[in-house]
Design a protein around this ligand. Sequence first.
Ligand code: SAM
Length: 319
Amino acid sequence: MLIDHYGRQIRYLRVSVTDRCNLRCLYCTHHHFEWLPPEEILSYEEIYRVVRAAVSLGLERVRLTGGEPLVRRNFVGLVELLSGIRGLRDLSLTTNGLLLPEMAQELRKAGLRRVNVSLDTLRPDRFLEITGFDGLSRVLSGIEAALSAGLNPVKINTVIMRGINEDEIPEMVRLTISEPLHLRFIEFMPVGEGADWGPERFVPLSEIMERATEVGELQPAVVEGGGPARVFRLPEARGTVGFIAALSEHFCGSCNRLRLTPEGRLRFCLFSDQEFDLRPYLDRGEEALREALLEAIRYKPASRMDSGRPRRIMRSIGG
Ligand code: SAM
């Protein structure tokens, strides 16, 4: 079993399938335009091997992220491969949603069950300002396509930034009344050298929650794969509202996750640049990979407090 020094069992792996992205979000990629050379990126077969070995050690959940996973060629093929792994109970995707209109059905058919779409604003001009691309209507169509393809739950990840979108909190919460959408507000995190992060942009979760409750009473609720989110529902609402305090609180004591970078390095904490290179073990058979995973897990830090601000940007570590 993948149990670390502190008794935490690893059940969750976030796989960054590419560092490329079709958006330039100001909190992620903004000033950073270098891509990994294609020959360094793990093939789908190699990702499959890592996941299969980890599942044989008790891993249960995999989230595909990036970069933008849907821009990688034949991404549906990867979903098909991974969804066939016995013992993998939950396969999910985080996407900016731009390519979901044409891909949601195929993804569902390939075995994907649920999806998180990142969306920080409901205003077209702001969407352009935040992401560098005039694509709000495509993302909204992508969300509709995900719902009609039967992906469930469909979650919306919203990063709140002061002076940029904090005034939209009530409007976003209202979305969950009429739509079966599961919104999650995320604190802006100081991750990556290419990001426009500054303390003046940070809105603590307590303030986000206060603004959200302006809409109505939030009652505790449950949603599949809730992870570190605290989840609530407005009376009669079809969806839920979740809150993730990535910075002002921490959940290190119960952290059960690892990250796999596009070039095959394991990362142990979002806030730490410590990595373990799995590449040398990829061609040596499943037993060697299992041993490497068991060795790697020893590097998982007790808490992100030991870590500082990571240099690598979100899209190359699977945000
Ligand atoms: N391209 C996909 C997408 O847009 O969802 C997947 C990768 S993206 C890096 C994953 C998530 O990380 C997004 O929801 C994004 O909002 C979030 N993210 C990126 N940088 C962040 C930051 N500095 N603070 C908080 N969340 C961040």
